[in-house]
Write a protein that binds this ligand. Structure first.
Ligand code: IPE
Ligand code: IPE
Ligand code: MG
Length: 253
């Protein structure tokens, strides 16, 4: 059956009926890659690619709710991206500050709830302050949840979960035998969010690069050759359409 729900109520019914072929993804996560190559192809400095990448973020965030997406997670800066030259890291942090300063009010007006995953405590104090303010301001919004992955890496996240569990065991709050998937998930940065149904990676690379490795266990993967600055509403719709053709089995038959 091919479901083309026209509004969110129909969509919710479709989701309640299961996620067979045709159902839209509740949670889409994107590895936004290719800014550097976009700039290089135009003989421009890399930062121009990152700037253009922010424009693609705006387009995708605007288009996502209309496609029935409830949660959109964007991989903006990985825990391994600190390995880049200091000037590029500083350009990326500058763009993040600019994005937060200029977009939060409009995101809030559009009913978007903001969340952040990754070790954000390790970012500059002014950035963590802006993140806290954005989270608090938008906490009650319901149109869509936008999750920005900042200083995020699955290994780092799972190490933090492991330490938290070890501390709980040491303090007698949980028995080792009581540690189950729910206990891990409650301590992940994504606690309370549904797992990603669809992970998209741009730029032709076909790897996860340490992104949502626990959460994406049964995600459908869509790889596109498009570079992130060229990605937009139509590209997102195409990936969602591809997703809708997939038959998800979760190990069953
Ligand atoms: C993605 O583009 C942005 C971040 C990883 C922050 P890249 O900067 O990785 O672009 P390429 O992969 O070098 O083309
Ligand atoms: C993944 O892209 C991280 C983000 C998109 C933020 P990278 O460009 O850092 O990944 P690798 O190094 O090619 O695996
Ligand atoms: Mg890259």
């Amino acid at each position: 059956m091919s479901l083309r729900p026209a509004n969110r109520d129909q969509l919710r019914d479709a989701l309640a009926a299961g996620d067979g072929p045709g159902a839209p993804p509740r949670h889409v996560a994107i590895i936004m890659d290719g800014n550097g190559r976009w700039a290089k192809a135009r003989h421009l400095p890399r930062v121009m690619g990152h700037r253009k990448g922010v424009e693609a973020v705006r387009k995708v965030v605007e288009a996502a709710p209309g496609l029935g997406i409830e949660v959109l997670t964007l991989y903006a800066f990985s825990s391994e991206n600190w390995r880049r030259p200091a000037d590029e890291v500083s350009d990326l942090m500058g763009l993040l500050r600019h994005y937060l300063r200029t977009e939060i009010a409009e995101l809030h007006a559009n009913g978007i709830r903001l969340r952040f995953i990754g070790d954000t405590a390790a970012l500059s104090d002014d950035v963590t302050l802006m993140l806290d303010q954005a989270r608090t301001l938008t906490a009650a919004n319901t149109k869509m949840t936008l999750v920005l992955a900042l200083n995020y890496g699955s290994h780092d996240e799972l190490l933090r979960v492991t330490r938290a569990l070890a501390a709980d065991v040491a303090a007698g709050r949980i028995a080792p035998a009581a540690i189950d998937a729910a206990a891990v998930e409650a301590r992940l940065d994504t606690a309370g969010l549904p797992p990603p149904d669809l992970v998209i990676r741009t730029s032709g690379e076909q790897r996860l690069s340490n992104f949502l490795m626990w959460q994406a266990a049964y995600a459908e993967l869509v790889f596109t050759d498009e570079l992130w600055p060229d990605f937009g509403a139509a590209s997102l719709a195409a990936a969602v359409a591809t997703f809708s053709q997939r038959d998800r089995r979760y190990g069953g038959r």
